[in-house]
Write a protein that binds this ligand. Structure first.
Ligand code: G6P
Length: 661
């Protein structure tokens, strides 16, 4: 939640920061702000709403005066403490306006810290937890500075640079040599003071943070710190970009350093120092990112969501490519090799995830139990982390997360590790926190998913669940024939998805017909119970229509009371082992005057007699149907939202990556 970007380098910071914010907007978009080191001062602009509001306020890139800044930080917010208004938008500052900070995460003990700071005379401008960090640094820094001054009398005579001009950053964007002897003298005296003050402050904080900060007395430095919220440093050609994720970096460089929890980075013009909370230097690997920026653009589609829906034949292929040994009916998962023996020994799996990823996990539960014979449960990560999970060394915890940053999922992994469980993952974002914390895992390989409503990640997660099922199943009792059958069907899925996508216009017409309903049921059984939950979630989050996903068989125990002609039901009813049961449930709704849209198997003529509208999907193996049956539901939700004129890619109140509890 919340996106942060920092820039320091040879170029103008403003365009890089604005572009970075736009790429991170999916992480939160209720307000934004930017702080730039300009001349000998720091200027801050904030706006409520999307990044375009901020841009308008700044005057676009034509804001000539601001273009002179070569160092700055920026933030796009998803409110946690304090409503979305300009005061609460980041960056936040201390009393003196010298320290500016952008923060992603939550400071849990901010209230007590704020109280003490207020007692010490600090004046707060916002209701945020973040602002305490700026004031705390000010407090500690000023104290330390006083001590330094009294121990170094020379400093107070020579070192007055508060008003000293800074030609390095005045109107120019060149990497010229500093001509400020006074500053350098004072800088030498104060060298390390900002960092040591920050360290003291970080030790006082409880909670999660990704922080970037600039200080007026340090015109060529950005300090970054990470605990629980992601932060990556991009190393460009004489420029450094710090961001919540690589999408804000890859247009500039593919060389990155992923900060780990407890790490602090001091970024200068010509140097980068990474150290821990005890100020001990840490040697970090520079890694090369293989994402292509083209993958993060709309490519002619009106919305990222539609582009991502249409990418699914390819993204599924990318998820399974190179992972199949067809003739042996086996699956090869490179990331699982190091723990393959341990995987033979596990006798229980707990799948944990949030939102859409959790629905993919539910489909996985059916697969693992039916085909790999391993008892499996699925738990919301937000529940798992606070209950008493009964796990031991023969339990594997499988976390599913597109972003790899979801705070609850990460916490569940840490809890399972505490209890000695083997931790596994299905993650899309390479180098994300979850990817780095699990013992073993499989990447989705689907490229960036930008639209807040998850689509291609879901189908890929289900496809990878099928791969894991074959992998674990073949380690156990699964026969060669079954292994081959699942693999063969999986390989046919991309072509079948193309067929569903060719029915796009038909689905749009159905969306037009039902778009004014106020409520919806989504009903399915067995493998398509998760599909029903996912379909309802898509409609809710995109169109703000109330939609409930229920197992079809459960409906008669209460929910059916709501049915009338204004309350339509979306039935996921392919010709599978529960087809007849579904048909009976459909009849029950029909006889009470409810309208029905059915997702059915091609060639099923019978369903037309019951349902008002039918969307056909090709036949596949029952366990793989969620991949196909979800696609019409994604398109349906997309069109209802687009036809209503809503912001499809960024629905209200949501964020793509939820890094708070
Ligand atoms: C947010 C997103 C959902 C997503 C969920 C889990 O709520 O809006 O689309 O399913 O987080 O995210 P993850 O990145 O862990 O898959």
């Amino acid at each position: 939640m919340c996106g942060i970007v920092g820039y320091l380098g040879k170029n103008s910071a403003l365009p890089v920061l604005i572009d970075g914010l736009k790429r991170l907007e999916y992480r939160g978009y209720d307000s934004s702000g930017i702080a730039l080191y300009l001349g000998d001062d720091i200027q801050c602009v904030k706006a409520v709403g999307r990044i375009k509001e901020l841009e308008e306020k700044i005057g676009g890139y034509g804001a000539a005066s601001l273009l002179g800044a070569c160092i700055g930080i920026a933030h796009t917010r998803w409110a946690t403490h304090g409503e979305p208004n300009e005061n609460n938008a980041h960056p936040h500052s201390d009393c003196s306006g010298k320290i500016w900070i952008a923060h992603n995460g939550i400071i849990e003990n901010y209230k007590e810290l704020k109280k003490k700071l207020e007692e010490n005379g600090h004046k707060f401008r916002s209701e945020t937890d973040t602002e305490v960090i700026a004031h705390l640094i000010e407090d500690v820094y000023e104290n330390e500075l006083e001590k330094l001054k009294s121990s170094q009398p020379l400093f107070s005579k020579e070192g007055k640079n508060e008003k000293s001009p800074n030609p390095l950053y005045q109107g120019g964007i060149k990497n010229e040599k500093s001509t400020q002897p006074l500053f350098i003298k004072e800088g030498n005296n104060k060298e390390g003071l900002l960092v040591s003050s920050l360290i003291k402050v970080l030790k006082m904080l409880k909670g999660a943070y990704g922080i970037v900060l600039i200080h007026k007395d340090y015109p060529d430095k950005i300090i970054a710190a990470k605990m629980g919220s992601p932060l990556t440093i991009g190393l460009g050609d004489a420029e450094t970009i710090i961001a919540s994720d690589i999408s804000a970096i890859i247009t500039h460089t593919k060389q990155v350093i992923y900060l780990d929890d407890g790490e602090i980075a001091e970024i200068g013009k010509n140097d980068l120092r990474i150290f821990n909370i005890d100020n001990v230097k840490i040697k970090k690997e520079v890694e090369e990112v293989d994402w292509d920026i083209g993958e993060a653009e709309k490519k002619g589609f009106p919305h990222f969501m539609l582009k991502e829906i249409f990418e699914q034949p390819e993204s599924i292929m990318n998820s399974i490519r190179g992972r199949i040994i067809e003739e042996e009916g086996k699956v090869k998962l490179g990331g699982f090799e190091s723990v393959s023996q341990k995987l033979r020994d596990i006798n229980r799996i707990i799948i944990t995830a949030c939102g859409t990823a959790m629905h993919a996990g539910l489909a996985g539960e059916y697969m693992l139990e039916e085909y790999a014979g391993i008892p499996t449960e699925v738990e919301y990560a937000s529940e798992f982390r606070y209950r008493k999970p009964l796990i031991d060394k023969n339990t594997a915890l499988l976390a599913i997360s597109q972003s790899g940053e979801t705070a609850d999922t990460l916490a569940a992994i840490r809890e399972a590790k505490e209890k000695n469980a083997l931790t596994l993952g299905i993650v899309n974002v390479v180098g994300s926190s979850i990817a780095r914390e699990i013992d073993a895992g499989a990447y989705n390989h689907i490229g960036p998913e930008i639209s807040v409503a998850s689509t291609k990640a879901f189908t890929s997660q289900v496809a990878i669940m099928a791969l894991i099922t074959v992998y674990l199943g073949r380690q156990r009792q699964m026969s060669l024939v079954i292994g081959e059958r699942i693999i063969k069907e999986l390989l046919l899925i991309p072509e079948k998805i193309k067929k569903i996508l060719s029915r796009n216009d038909e689905i749009k017409k159905i969306a037009e017909k039902y778009m004014n309903a106020d409520n919806f049921f989504y009903l399915g059984r067995k493998y398509n119970n998760p599909t029903a939950l996912e379909g309802a979630l898509k409609l809710k989050e995109l169109s703000y229509i109330h939609a409930e996903g229920i197992p079809s068989g459960e409906m008669k125990h209460g929910s059916i009371a709501l049915i009338d002609k204004n309350f339509p039901s979306m039935f996921i009813c392919p010709q599978d082992s529960v087809y007849e049961k579904n048909i009976s449930n459909m009849e029950e709704i029909k006889s009470r005057g409810g309208r029905i849209i059915a997702i059915a198997t091609e060639g099923d003529g019978r369903i037309k007699e019951i349902a008002d509208d039918v969307i056909y999907i090709p036949k596949t193996l029952e366990m793989l149907t969620p991949i196909l049956s979800t696609i019409p539901l994604q398109l349906f939700a997309y069109y209802v939202s687009a036809l209503k004129g809503l912001d499809v890619d960024k629905p209200r109140n949501l964020a793509k990556s939820v890094t708070v509890e």
